[in-house]
Design a protein around this ligand. Structure first.
Ligand SMILES: Nc1ncnc2c1ncn2[C@@H]1O[C@H](COP(=O)(O)OP(=O)(O)O)[C@@H](O)[C@H]1O
Ligand SMILES: [Mg+2]
Length: 423
C-alpha cells in the first residue's frame, strides 16, 4: 500500500511529504522535532516542523484517526475552539515493508500550554479557578453545538492566555460524538465524566506535591460542574416578562452578549390573555466580541482580549472629530449598520485605530521582550499598566507614558514570569 496523505487543505500535503513517515514516530530524528511541552496521552504524540508551521503528529489506528479528523473539522465549522486538523496519513510502511500506524496531523496551537506544564510551579487557587472557568465555558459551547466530548479532562484541553483569564481549546476529539442536539441525560453524563477526570488529574498533581494546599481536588471537580450548570441555565432559561416590557428582552440579550454569546434566534410568545411574554433565546455562538473585533479591525483575538480591545477602541473613537455615535443605543458595542450620517463609519475609524494606536503601541515593545505573548495580550497588559499608573497618579497618564514605563520598569522584571508556567 502506498503512502497516502488525505487533507482538505491543499497546501499542507506537499510539506508533509518531507517527513520521515517510514520511521515509527518514537524514532523520528531530532532534526524533525520541536521540543515543546506535551500533555499526557495514550498514543505517541510528537511535534514536528513542516515548512513554517509546527504540527502535532499522533499515531493511532486508521478508523479513529479518520473519525477524529472529521470531528475536528466539524468543530472548526461550528466555530468551537479546538485544534485544527490538517491531515490523516495512511499506508505507512517501514524500510522492510512492515506496516506502521497511521497518523493524525493537527496544527500546533501556538501559545498554548498543557496543564501539566502550568502546574510545574504551584498555581494560585485564583489561577486554577480561571482555568476551570475556561473549561466550563468550553464544555457549554460544545454542548450547545451538540457535541458530547466523552472524555473532557485537563489532559485533553489546551489553555491560552486571554487578557488575564484563559481560553480553553479542545485537543482530543477521539471519543466525541456530534448530534443535532444533546439531551439533558447526555449532558449530565458528559459533565460527570469531566468531574471525575478533573478531580483525578488534580489528585495526581497533589500527589506530586505541586498542588496549592488550599485546593481540594474533589471539591474542584464539583465546582466546575456548578459553574457549567450556572452558565448553561443563564444561556438557555426561559424568561417570562409582563407584556409591553420588551426592553427586558433586550436586556437579557445584552447580558448574554456580555457573557460572550450571541443569540441566533429567539422565540417570543404572548400568553393567551396577553398579560405576559415568554422569551426563549437560542444561543448558539460564543465569541461575540471576538467576531465583532475581527469584523471591525481584522484582528483575531481571544474573547476577553477582544472585549478589552473593543472598549479601548470605543473610547478612542469618542475622541475623534469625525465620530458620530448615531443611533447607537447606550452601552451597545460598536454597530456598523446605519445611523452615522455625519461621521465616519466605525470600520473606517477602527482601521485608523489599528494603524495609529494599536500597532504602534505593540511595536514599541521590543519583540525579544514580548516573550510568548501575542499582540492582543501585550496590548491588554499595556492597558492594565496604564490603568494602574493612572490610579496611582489620580489622572490618566496616557498610553505613551504607560508603554515607556512598562518597557523600562516592568518587562525586565517579568521576563522570567512570562514563561507560560508562572503567573
Ligand atoms: N495540535 C496540538 N497543539 C498543541 N498540543 C497538542 C496538539 N495535539 C496534541 N497536543 C499535545 O499532545 C497531548 C496528547 O494529545 P491527545 O490528542 O490528547 O492524545 P491521546 O489521544 O493519546 O490522549 C495533548 O495533551 C497536548 O498536550
Ligand atoms: Mg488525550
Amino acid at each position: 500500500m502506498a503512502l497516502q496523505i488525505s487533507a482538505t487543505n491543499a497546501e499542507h500535503p506537499a510539506l508533509l511529504l518531507e517527513l520521515p513517515w517510514q520511521l515509527p514516530l518514537e524514532e523520528w530524528p531530532e532534526k524533525y522535532l520541536v521540543p515543546l511541552p506535551r500533555g499526557i496521552s495514550r498514543h505517541v504524540v510528537r511535534y514536528a516542523r513542516a515548512g513554517d508551521e509546527i504540527i502535532a503528529v499522533k499515531e493511532l489506528a486508521e478508523r479513529p484517526a479518520v473519525r477524529e479528523y472529521g470531528l475536528l473539522r466539524d468543530l472548526d465549522r461550528l466555530g468551537i475552539p479546538a485544534v485544527d486538523a490538517l491531515a490523516v496519513v495512511t499506508g505507512r510502511t517501514d524500510d522492510d515493508g512492515e506496516p506502521l500506524e497511521p497518523v493524525l496531523v493537527t496544527r500546533h496551537l501556538g501559545g498554548s500550554m498543557p496543564y501539566r506544564s502550568m502546574f510545574e510551579t504551584t498555581l494560585r487557587p485564583a489561577t486554577i479557578n480561571r482555568l476551570m472557568d475556561a473549561l466550563a465555558v468550553l464544555l457549554v459551547r460544545l454542548h450547545l453545538a451538540g457535541f458530547a466530548w466523552g472524555d473532557c479532562s485537563l489532559s485533553n484541553t489546551l489553555f491560552r492566555r486571554d487578557a488575564g483569564a484563559y481560553a480553553a481549546y479542545l485537543v482530543d476529539a477521539e471519543t466525541g460524538e456530534l448530534h443535532p442536539r444533546l439531551s439533558d441525560g447526555q449532558r449530565d453524563y458528559d459533565l460527570d465524566l469531566a468531574r471525575v477526570n478533573i478531580s483525578g488529574e488534580l489528585l495526581d498533581v497533589e500527589a506530586s506535591g505541586a498542588l496549592h494546599p488550599a485546593v481540594d481536588p474533589v471539591e474542584f471537580g464539583n465546582q466546575i460542574c456548578g459553574r457549567y450548570q450556572e452558565l448553561w441555565k443563564e444561556l438557555t432559561r426561559t424568561s417570562v416578562y409582563p407584556a409591553g416590557k420588551y426592553h427586558y428582552i433586550e436586556r437579557r440579550i445584552r447580558r448574554l452578549n456580555d457573557l460572550g454569546f450571541d443569540v441566533a434566534e429567539m422565540q417570543i410568545e404572548h400568553s393567551s390573555n396577553g398579560d405576559t411574554v415568554t422569551f426563549v433565546p437560542k444561543v448558539v455562538d460564543a465569541g461575540h466580541h471576538q467576531r465583532q473585533l475581527l469584523r471591525l479591525t481584522g484582528l483575531d483575538a481571544e474573547e476577553n482580549q477582544a472585549r478589552r480591545l473593543l472598549n479601548d477602541l470605543e473610547s478612542w473613537m469618542a475622541t475623534q472629530d469625525d465620530y458620530s455615535p448615531g443611533d447607537r443605543p447606550p452601552g451597545s458595542q460598536l454597530r456598523s449598520s446605519g445611523g452615522h450620517p455625519h461621521g465616519a463609519r466605525p470600520e473606517v475609524l477602527a482601521h485608523r485605530w489599528v494603524r495609529d494606536v494599536f500597532r504602534p503601541t505593540v511595536r514599541a515593545v521590543p519583540p525579544e521582550l514580548r516573550g510568548a505573548m501575542d499582540p492582543a495580550e501585550i496590548y491588554h497588559e499595556l492597558l492594565e499598566h496604564r490603568w494602574y499608573l493612572s490610579e496611582r497618579a489620580q489622572h490618566d497618564i496616557g498610553l505613551d507614558t504607560a508603554v515607556a514605563d512598562y518597557i523600562k520598569n516592568i518587562l525586565p522584571k517579568v521576563r522570567e514570569t512570562l514563561r507560560p508556567t508562572a503567573e
